[in-house]
Design a protein around this ligand. Structure first.
Ligand code: NAD
Length: 337
């Protein structure tokens, strides 16, 4: 059993904690939070040992009647691997804590790539993380792009990728980010950070990305154009993508016209929190024009990185190869729509 601690129990951390509990070869040592709130209460109700991320605030948990199992230092000491799911930049501050305990740590996409030994996507570069001490699971958008580009690159070769990312303004719980009634080129300069971030996974890939922010919370949507080195027909591409376990090709007959219905579908099929761990690619949008492949995909920002964190735990501990780990994670979580 791999003992896993989760430091930072918010949008990503709570999902990773649940996914760890679902794995037959992992146990959750506990989760660390900075302050008592509804998530801290839920962690305790779920039976997850709760650790104080900031020692001076222990009293606040006592006052709220929330029982603590210890401090974050103790959580890290008891873990084989720590998943840091703190807000951007806090992971970097926590790095010395993990190093002190010689505990391998996973960070999230909000951290800089140069904080870590390896930036990680299970489908694309699992082996690079074997035995690494500091690994960054790339952001939701970079995860979504890597999963799509990896099979295209190995089947046909990618000459150039151009992607426009229409990004949700904030997550549903991020009331501080909105509402805004606007459409923002974001950033207004090229490229957006996503292209260089994809290059942390595929260093040789020629990719340009543009970003826009819109007043939506449900998902991101990517408009993708990839110039291929050898040109397949559309049916071949559809078959290739349909065979990928973390790509969900939306059939036209489902009449899913956007992220609203995608989320509705996720709730209908009983997905926890309405999560969509897979890239959601509109099958009808997969088109070949000359050497160029086009498609639209929707990415659920709150959850697509969750299975990747689980695979990264196995990668750093060296207990399984990529195929074994991906299969184990998929089965335990119930991947596939
Ligand atoms: P979040 O704000 O929802 O959760 C972060 C949690 O960490 C909060 O509960 C916060 O109170 C807690 N925290 C703050 N300082 C802490 C500390 N010192 N020690 C322990 N806990 C602390 O943030 P999130 O959306 O889960 O993002 C976490 C990371 O995941 C970021 O790097 C982000 O860029 C990345 N990420 C976020 C998304 C997304 O869309 N939400 C998608 C992919 C990756």
């Amino acid at each position: 059993m791999i003992s896993v601690g989760v430091n930072g129990y918010g949008t990503i951390g709570k999902r990773v904690a649940d996914a760890v509990v679902a794995q037959p070869d992992m146990e959750l040592v506990g989760v660390a939070k900075t302050r008592p709130n509804f998530e801290a209460e839920t962690a305790v109700k779920n039976g997850y040992p709760l650790f104080a991320a900031i020692e001076e605030r222990i009293e606040q948990f006592d006052d709220a009647g929330i029982e603590l199992a210890g401090t974050v230092d103790e959580l890290v000491a008891a873990s084989d691997v720590v998943v840091d799911a703190c807000p951007s930049g806090i992971g970097a501050e926590n790095k010395s804590l993990y190093a002190e305990h010689d505990t391998p740590a996973l960070y999230q996409g909000g951290e800089d790539a140069d904080l870590v030994d390896v930036s990680f996507n299970a489908r694309s570069n699992y082996d690079a993380a074997t035995g690494a001490d500091h690994v960054r699971v790339v952001s939701c958008n970079t995860t979504g792009l890597s999963r799509l580009l990896a099979p295209l690159e190995s089947a046909y070769g990618v000459e150039k990728a151009r992607v426009t990312l229409v990004r949700r303004g904030g997550d549903p719980g991020q009331t501080g980010r909105g509402p805004i009634n606007d459409i923002l080129p974001n950033p207004v300069t090229l490229p957006s950070h996503h292209g260089p971030d994809v290059n942390t996974i595929f260093p040789e890939l020629d990719i340009d990305t543009l970003g826009m922010k819109v007043p939506a919370t449900l998902m991101h949507t990517h408009s993708v154009n990839v110039t291929l080195e050898t040109v397949p027909d559309e049916a071949d591409v559809r078959e290739l993508l349909a065979d990928e376990s973390r790509l969900f090709c939306i059939k036209p007959s489902m009449a899913i016209d956007g992220s609203g219905k995608l989320k509705e579908y996720a709730h209908d099929v009983g997905r926890p929190r309405g999560d969509l761990w897979e890239n959601c690619i509109w099958e009808e949008s997969i088109s070949i024009e000359g050497d160029d492949l086009y498609c639209f995909q929707a990415i659920h920002q709150e959850s697509d990185v969750v299975p990747e964190n689980i695979d990264a735990i196995r990668a750093v501990t060296g207990v399984a190869d990529a195929d074994e780990s991906i299969a184990r994670t998929n089965e335990a979580m119930g991947m596939g729509l």
